[in-house]
Design a protein around this ligand. Structure first.
Ligand code: PMP
Length: 297
């Protein structure tokens, strides 16, 4: 944890990357963030879908009327610098921008915009091979209450409440419903399920259409699956043959229990395993066709 942090264009020591208590983002959630992964490949460390993550970072900033004081190119360079600084090859990288010291009140007005980028070694986001999930009583913030497709810090209170609730109930992670009561996603993961050899993912106005979800939709035809996006009722998940989470942090992670009921044999199912392996080959630069998604450091 002693690695340096890129903080407003300077490299500062980990322990010196601090903010003031008047930081607007701390009070009102007026920040945005991203999560990327860097993998060890045969040639070098490589960041997966860097441009796509940064595009979403800029989109999130725009949704908060935040004019980032750095260009796309400058932030791209900064992410690469941080990845390079670390000795570990497999990293989780977190760019974060927030309104700094400002006046009391939700409008950030004159607050300065701060940007930082740091990385942590992260092997597994979820610990067990197959996790248990419970449906959260807190519905996912609907699309009409904020800017969908963005990662705004304040909006994650909803995910935090759900995750905390699920943990209290003895589950590993929360599943969230959208405002219509259909399955949306996990607290910070998208969801896929398999029934009779077909692969489905919930379609909803209220989910973050994640980059990993997009990756799977694009690549799974290569191994013989076309992903079907459709509105999903909770009972469909209870009857699925396999269920898994996907996301940058979680990668591909089997769900062995939904609402205390076993999915398949409660472990990782054969199709999920195949997808997990294929995704790993892609992110580690082993599939020529998808090397275009890797930025070598
Ligand atoms: N949904 C939510 C709410 C998330 O926070 C994340 C993590 N960014 C995901 C889905 C997965 O998105 P991605 O694949 O882009 O990491």
């Amino acid at each position: 944890m002693m690695n340096k942090v890129w903080f407003d264009s300077k490299l500062v020591k980990w322990n010196n990357a601090k903010v003031h208590i008047m930081t607007h983002g701390l009070h009102y959630g007026t920040g945005i963030f991203e999560g990327l992964r860097c993998y060890k490949t045969k040639s070098a460390k490589a960041i997966f879908r860097l441009d796509d993550h940064l595009k979403r970072f800029f989109k999130s900033a725009e949704a908060l009327s935040m004019r980032l004081p750095y260009s796309f190119g400058a932030l791209k360079k900064a992410v690469i610098t941080i990845a390079k600084l670390h000795k570990e090859k497999n990293l989780y990288i977190r760019p974060l921008a927030f309104y700094g010291c400002g006046k009391i009140g939700p409008d950030p007005r004159d607050a300065k915009i701060n940007v930082c980028i740091f990385a942590v070694p992260l092997k597994h986001y979820l610990a067990k091979e197959a996790v248990s999930v419970k449906i959260s009583p807190f519905k996912r913030i609907p699309y009409f209450s904020y800017a969908p497709g963005t990662k705004i810090c304040g909006a994650y209170f909803n995910a935090a409440l759900s995750s905390k609730w699920a943990h209290r109930k003895g589950a590993d992670e929360a599943l969230m419903l959208d405002h219509k009561g259909n399955i949306a996603e996990g607290a910070a993961e998208n969801l896929f399920f398999i029934k009779n050899g077909k692969i489905f993912t919930p379609k909803s106005t209220d989910i973050l259409n994640g980059i990993t979800r997009d990756t799977l939709i694009k690549v799974l035809p290569d191994i013989g699956f076309r992903v079907i996006e459709r509105i999903t009722k909770p009972r469909e998940l209870l009857n699925a043959d396999e269920v898994f989470f996907c996301g940058t942090g979680v990668e591909i992670h089997a769900i062995g229990r939904v609402e205390n009921r076993k999915t398949g044999n409660g472990g990782i199912g054969p199709i999920t395993q195949r997808i997990k392996d294929f995704y790993s080959e892609i992110t580690h630069g082993e599939i020529q066709k998808y090397k275009k998604w890797l930025t070598l450091t």
